[in-house]
Design a protein around this ligand. Structure first.
Ligand SMILES: *Cc1c(COP(=O)(O)O)cnc(C)c1O
Length: 231
């Protein structure tokens, strides 16, 4: 039987070692990616003090969010991050139920999120997904189009632009992973110099979290090494 509290402790240790290696003092936020995993596992992580969760599949996620919002008070502190591809006809549900969206890459979706974010909630926090290698199969904004897109998002009052997100190519070498993550960091720093301050860098998964921490990730999205392999 897998122990989620132990797995979380192991991840925190890996983050600390990487921070030491990079000479970093600021701790990146850990998002536990619970996609495809049952609500019981989310509860176990909660008991171990983990409050940020990432989900990819909307219908699945809505069931979990609903179940957990009904159980106990502690669950009210959960922060839900939508990290999957989003169709525009589902945008209103993300606007109503989530705290964060990491995969914003279309104006039409941004507009819908902005229109549907309920008044009683704070503006939806969003990251722009960037397609670093300009791979045609992947979603995301091309780096050269990022500034223009970001400026449009910043005009939407019910969205709060926080940062950039990427899912780079799966590489096995630390140096290769690090170089890809540094491209996203560079892009963020360029935007900041051009007057668009987007502090967050959502990057790093189970297999490359060390390289992401060294490159300056502020949010790590970890699934497999917390909850086990997915089917
Ligand atoms: C599934 C997923 C993750 C988690 O990946 P692991 O390799 O299981 O840690 C992170 N980010 C996104 C966008 C994902 O879809």
């Amino acid at each position: 039987m897998m122990n989620i509290a132990d797995n979380l402790a192991g991840i925190h240790k890996r983050i600390e070692l990487a921070m030491r290696k990079a000479g970093r003092m600021d701790r990146p936020k850990l998002i536990a990616v619970s996609k495809t995993k049952p609500v019981e596992m989310v509860n176990e992580a909660l008991s171990a003090g983990q409050y940020d969760f990432g989900e990819n599949y909307l219908q699945d996620a809505l069931v979990k969010i609903d179940q957990l919002s009904k159980s106990n008070n502690k669950n009210k502190k959960i922060i839900w991050h939508f990290i999957g591809p989003l169709q525009s006809n589902k945008a209103s549900q993300v606007a109503e139920k989530f705290d964060w969206l990491h995969t914003l890459d279309r104006l039409k979706i941004a507009q819908r999120l902005n229109d549907h974010r309920p008044e009683h909630l704070a503006p939806l926090k969003v990251c722009i997904q960037v397609n670093l290698a300009n791979e045609s199969t992947k979603s995301g904004i091309h780096p050269t189009k990022c500034l223009e897109f970001a400026e449009k998002i910043m005009l939407m009052p019910r969205l709060s632009l926080q940062g950039l997100m990427a899912i780079p190519k799966r590489l096995t070498s630390f140096d290769g992973q690090y170089e890809q993550f540094m491209q996203l960091r560079q892009l963020r720093d360029d935007l900041t110099r051009q007057g668009v301050g987007v502090p967050e860098l959502s990057m790093g998964m189970s297999q490359d979290l060390e390289a992401a921490v060294c490159a300056g990730a502020t949010m790590l999205r970890i699934g497999t090494d917390i909850f086990g392999a997915r089917n």
